[in-house]
Design a protein around this ligand. Structure first.
Ligand code: ZN
Length: 273
C-alpha cells in the first residue's frame, strides 16, 4: 500500500517537473520573441541575408522575434578553431528562421546544437553492400542529424546566403531536414497541419521526385537541383531551397509542388520583390 502511494507521488512529481519545464520554456520563448531586436543584429541580417530584404515589413518584424528565440535557445559551437561571433549566430539564425515564419512553431523541435566549421569539412563515412563494409571520407557543406545537431561550414553558409537566385542555400537545406526529421523519420514528409493534407503531399512530391530522377537520368535541364533525386528527404530539402530562391521559376515549371510548399510554409515568395 505504502509503496503504491510513494509510486503515485513520484509519478506526480515527475509530471509536475516536466510540465513546469515546458511552461518555463514556453514563457522564455515568448519573452525572447517579444524582446527588442538589437540594431547591430539588424545590420548583420541586412548585410548578410539578402533574402531578408525581399520580405514584406510584417514578416521582417516576425523574423526578428524568431531570430531572438533561435539565438536564445540554440547552442553554437565552433569547430576546427572557429570562434563563434554574433555575425555567425545571426546569419545562420535569420536564414533558418525563414522556415518558421507564419507557422505555429517558433523554434525547431529537436534542435539543440549547431556545430560550425570554418570551411567545408571531411566526414568519415561507412558504406556496405551487405557483404563488404567500406570506410571512406566525404566532403561536406553541412548535415542535419536526426536527434538535434546541425553541422555547417561557415564559408558555405556565406556563399549560400549571398546569392539568392541559385537555389543553393545550405542553411535552408539543413533546416528543412530538421523539419522533416521532427516526426522521427527523414522521408520527405514533415509534420503537416492537418491529416487530410498528407494525401496531396504524397501524390505531388512523389510525382515530382520521379520527374527529377528521370531528368537526371536523361541529363535534362531542371529548375530543381539534381541532388534532390538522391532520395525523398533530399528532394524536400532541395525543393525548399528552390521555393525560396527560385520561386517564380518553380511556379512556372512546378506549380503543384509550389502550391504544396506554399501551404506548408504559409509563405508566397514568388510575390516578394
Ligand atoms: Zn541534404
Amino acid at each position: 500500500m505504502l509503496i503504491g502511494i510513494l509510486a503515485i507521488l513520484a509519478l506526480g512529481l515527475l509530471l509536475a517537473f516536466f510540465l513546469g519545464k515546458r511552461v518555463f520554456r514556453h514563457a522564455k520563448r515568448k519573452r525572447l520573441f517579444a524582446a527588442t531586436f538589437p540594431e547591430e543584429f539588424k545590420q548583420i541580417v541586412c548585410r548578410n541575408v539578402p533574402l531578408y530584404n525581399c520580405l514584406p515589413d510584417s514578416l521582417k518584424e516576425q523574423l526578428h522575434g524568431l531570430v531572438s528565440v533561435f539565438i536564445g535557445e540554440a547552442d553554437f559551437e565552433g569547430c576546427g578553431g572557429l570562434e563563434i561571433t554574433d555575425e555567425i549566430r545571426v546569419t545562420i539564425a535569420a536564414q533558418a528562421s525563414m522556415l518558421l515564419l507564419n507557422r505555429k512553431a517558433i523554434y525547431f523541435r529537436k534542435l539543440r546544437t549547431i556545430l560550425v566549421y570554418p570551411h567545408t569539412y571531411v566526414a568519415r563515412t561507412v558504406s556496405s553492400n551487405g557483404t563488404i563494409t567500406v570506410n571512406g571520407q566525404s566532403v561536406r557543406l553541412g548535415e542535419s542529424w536526426q536527434n538535434g545537431p546541425v553541422v555547417l561550414a561557415w564559408d558555405s553558409v556565406k556563399g549560400g546566403t549571398l546569392n539568392i537566385t541559385d537555389a543553393r542555400n545550405v542553411v535552408l537545406h539543413e533546416f528543412a531536414h530538421q523539419l522533416d526529421q521532427e516526426d522521427g523519420s527523414a522521408d520527405g514528409a514533415p509534420i503537416l497541419e492537418r491529416r487530410s493534407r498528407y494525401t496531396a503531399w504524397a501524390r505531388v512530391l512523389s510525382k515530382e521526385y520521379e520527374v527529377l530522377q528521370k531528368n537526371k537520368r536523361k541529363r535534362r535541364r531542371s529548375v530543381l537541383n539534381k541532388y534532390g533525386a538522391t532520395n525523398p528527404a533530399e528532394f524536400f530539402a532541395v525543393a525548399t531551397e528552390t521555393f525560396f530562391e527560385k520561386p517564380k521559376q518553380m511556379v512556372k515549371k512546378h506549380p503543384e509542388l509550389y502550391d504544396e510548399l506554399r501551404n506548408y510554409y504559409k509563405l508566397d515568395p514568388a510575390k516578394w520583390v
